[in-house]
Design a protein around this ligand. Structure first.
Ligand code: NDP
Length: 488
């Protein structure tokens, strides 16, 4: 037995709200504790905001909307966005360590994915915004119609805990590029990197009041989504929360963008390159402890290679090291919180009750005394109606099911109210593209996973989301169009 001892040299921070360019406490002084999920130690305190703080933040954002930000020359606003990306890279070691302390994810992942992509989100939209054109039509010799853009307004950005900085910047960068002002709410369990991000924005030259942040729980989020002066809400999180937000935003008719949950299929045909498939499936199953909305947690394998696939996949999974996220050779860190850990463990109990067979894992990691660690778990023997096959577990847990025909697997793949992403593995490109176009999901990868180009549409259908993010899709959400017609 080994007790976790986190090796971070970076000091955790106490988190205050950020309103009108300044860190401020809650007016009633209320705070809550931020816990390191890898050690269960208290990292510090977080200001607990409520209606009052949200009101202040929205007021600041509304005032700043009339200020210089939206009217700044595009070249200048783009330079500020670029600078934010640069400052994220300058502080990358610190941000990555804070992300790991907050989430329990391996440090190498916080560095190579979370913070790296956070910087790129700003660099990408700094470039993108300088190229955006508007529609214009000449109607014979009668008229010219052209559309002009304006910012959507004050936008609430509400985010989950799995990729805290990456997802916040994925919304903040296009919102700022299009001239909006914002009120951000990070997840209560991962508040640290967003707190630093607010300060970075000011340092890069974003005027006071443009970027505001209020910490807190779901009620804080609800105060944003129901606020009459918030014009739009961009939300990433659970499907059920999306539904609550829709209700809360209805009386004030807000524009909504939703990136919600998933239960993504990974379909492996017998003619797939098995080594490539297994190497990537290992990532799509267990990277970030399986806490990625795009993880392929339902694995379907053509029966003729089912045994061979399982032998190899199980062997590789057993090689994964679970442990201190600050160790370089750790593959799987801690789950994000005690609450989430208990949720994942409860699904392992359900799998047992449902008659599943555990080929790996199925329990907490026995090399760690403290912290919320679960071993990578492969379950077989569950039917299509099993709760573990149908419900989002959002942990290092996958189910593997054999199939005989393309028709049969497609029926199972689409038999879900989720529709976020999928992977298809086959060396027959005709079949792979045919299958990909039939899958009811916003994103399908063929012979790969997680490969992204930020210009492409990102998002889910069915209960996995409303709208798309990325390039023009983000820009359109954060802009309002006015069509102007000139009679010739
Ligand atoms: P939640 O929906 O629980 O929370 C997301 C955010 O919403 C948090 O900041 C939360 O606050 C806030 N919130 C909670 N209740 C309300 C409310 N009534 N009104 C307004 N805001 C509210 O999601 P998790 O944090 O548990 O994240 C995991 C989920 O996110 C998974 O379902 C995953 O699939 C999904 N996800 C989807 C992605 C996509 O692109 N489609 C990407 C990444 C994750 P707090 O928790 O602090 O109380």
């Amino acid at each position: 037995m080994q007790t976790t001892e986190t090796k971070s040299k970076v000091k955790p921070i106490n988190c205050s709200h950020y309103i009108n360019g300044k860190y401020v406490p809650s007016t009633n002084g209320k705070t809550f504790e931020n816990v390191n999920p890898a050690t269960e130690e208290v990292l510090g305190t977080v200001a607990e905001g409520g209606k009052e703080e949200v009101d202040e933040a929205v007021k600041a954002a509304k005032k700043a909307l009339k200020g210089e930000w939206a009217n700044m020359p595009v070249r200048k606003r783009s330079a500020i966005l670029r600078k934010i990306g640069d400052l994220i890279l300058e502080r990358q070691d610190e941000l990555a360590a804070l992300e790991t302390l907050d989430t329990g994810k391996p440090l190498w992942l916080s560095t190579s994915v979370d913070t790296d992509r956070a910087a790129y989100n700003f660099h990408f939209f700094a470039d993108y915004m300088t190229t955006v054109g508007n529609e214009s039509y000449q109607q014979d010799d009668i008229a010219i119609h052209y559309a002009v853009r304006r910012p959507t307004g004050v936008v609430g950005l509400i985010n989950p805990w799995n990729l805290p900085l990456l997802l916040m910047t994925w919304k903040l960068a296009p919102a700022l590029a299009a001239g909006n002002t914002v009120v951000m709410k990070p997840s209560e369990v991962t508040p640290m990197t967003a707190t630093i991000l607010a300060e970075i924005c000011t340092e890069a030259g974003v005027p006071d009041g443009v970027v505001n942040m209020v910490h807190g729980f779901g009620e804080t989020g609800a105060a944003i989504t129901s606020h009459e002066d918030v014009d739009a809400v961009a939300f990433t999180g659970e499907t059920i929360t999306g539904s609550a937000i829709m209700k809360s935003a209805a009386p004030t008719l807000k524009k909504l963008s939703f990136e919600l949950g998933g239960k993504n299929p990974n379909v492996i045909f017998a003619d797939a390159n098995l080594d490539d498939t297994i190497a990537t499936t290992l990532k799509s199953s267990f990277i970030n402890q399986g806490e990625v909305c795009l993880c392929g947690s339902r694995i379907y394998v053509e029966r003729s290679i089912y045994d061979e696939f399982l032998d190899k996949f199980v062997a590789k999974t057993k090689e994964l090291k679970v442990g201190d996220p600050f160790n370089e050779d750790t593959n799987v860190g801690a789950l994000v919180s005690e609450e989430h850990y208990n949720k994942v463990l409860s699904y392992l109990d359900i799998a047992k009750e449902e008659g599943g067979t555990f080929l790996t894992g199925g329990k907490t990691a026995d090399n760690m005394d403290k912290g919320f660690y679960v071993e990578p778990t492969i379950i077989t023997g569950l039917g299509k109606d099993s709760r573990c096959v149908r419900e989002e577990i959002f942990g290092p847990v996958v189910t593997v099911i054999p199939f005989d025909t393309e028709e049969e697997v497609m029926e199972q793949v689409n038999d879900t109210h989720y529709g976020l992403s999928a992977s298809v593995w086959s060396s027959d490109i005709k079949r792979a593209t045919r299958v990909a176009s039939q899958i009811e999901a916003g994103m399908v990868w063929i012979n790969t996973w997680f490969l992204r180009d930020l210009r492409t549409p990102f998002g889910g259908m069915k209960h996995s989301g409303i709208g798309r993010e990325g390039g023009a899709h983000s820009f359109d959400f954060y802009s309002e169009l006015t069509n102007i017609t000139v009679k010739l």
